[in-house]
Design a protein. Structure first.
Length: 252
């Protein structure tokens, strides 16, 4: 186990392989182990640095109380980890919140990113009032789209911890949406590296139109749809995604 940061705010990461650095970031509440298949494919040709997001997986604090600035706060922490590891440039690969962090890291420090590849990320948050209510009551009264997430969180963090995480996350999401929903959308023009943004046809959180809009706003952005996919295409389209990621990284 490898850790970065002070006690109570330590970030868990795993650093394997040799070659160009690839930073892999799982989604909110997730763990680097969720992306083991993709990591296994990449580690033969790249240095793979897989990081649990703050408050998720084995990273601290837990349970985390999220604020409206957590995306920016976390991007700076993750860039600090790269400083600690003396990684000057890296490919940034992320799912969902991990993808949002990858985009924001590339916007904050453009020279740091060799390329960015995301799935289930859009650079902005758009959610219906019903979805926000579902997040706020995720553990006790989840809507159908969120039942798998509720079960996953309860098993990994325990019902009490997961309840705190979800409630504060819903409040943070509401605050971000009330402020316009921006994460990295307003910084898209400053993302100078090649960027591939993938989303599933039926992703309820990052619909194709929203993701394509962000990709087109990035100077070297490319949009790709996973046919018939939802949000978790690393599960439903794992083989396709692995080939896509390897081809992308090899080309850049």
């Amino acid at each position: 186990m490898t850790w970065f940061g002070p006690e109570g705010r330590q970030i868990y990461y795993e650093d394997d392989g040799r070659g160009d650095a690839v930073v892999i970031l799982p989604g909110w509440g997730g763990s680097v182990t969720d992306l083991n298949r993709l990591r296994g494919v990449l580690v033969g040709g790249f240095r793979v640095i897989a990081v649990d997001l703050p408050g998720s997986g084995r990273s601290q604090p837990q349970p985390r109380h999220y604020t409206s600035t957590y995306y920016l706060d976390d991007a700076r922490i993750l860039l600090g980890l790269l400083d600690e590891l003396r990684v000057e440039v890296a490919h940034l690969v992320g799912f969902s919140d991990g993808g949002e962090e990858a985009l924001l890291m590339a916007a904050l420090q453009p020279a740091r990113a060799l390329s960015v590849l995301t799935w289930g990320a859009a650079g902005q948050i758009v959610a219906s009032p019903g979805m926000l209510r579902g997040l706020a009551h995720l553990l006790d009264d989840p809507i159908d789209e969120l039942k798998p997430l509720a079960a996953y969180l309860a098993e990994r963090y325990g019902p009490a911890g997961a309840r705190i995480m979800a409630a504060s996350w819903a409040q943070a999401m509401s605050a971000v949406i009330d402020a316009g929903g921006d994460i990295s959308r307003s910084r898209a023009a400053g993302i100078s590296c090649p960027t591939l943004m993938i989303t599933g046809t039926y992703d309820p959180f990052c619909p194709p139109s929203l993701v394509q809009e962000m990709a087109e706003a990035i100077p070297r952005g490319t949009y790709l749809e996973a046919p018939g996919g939802g949000h978790d295409i690393h599960l439903s389209h794992s083989g396709w995604l692995a080939v896509t990621v390897v081809d992308w990284l090899s080309d850049h």
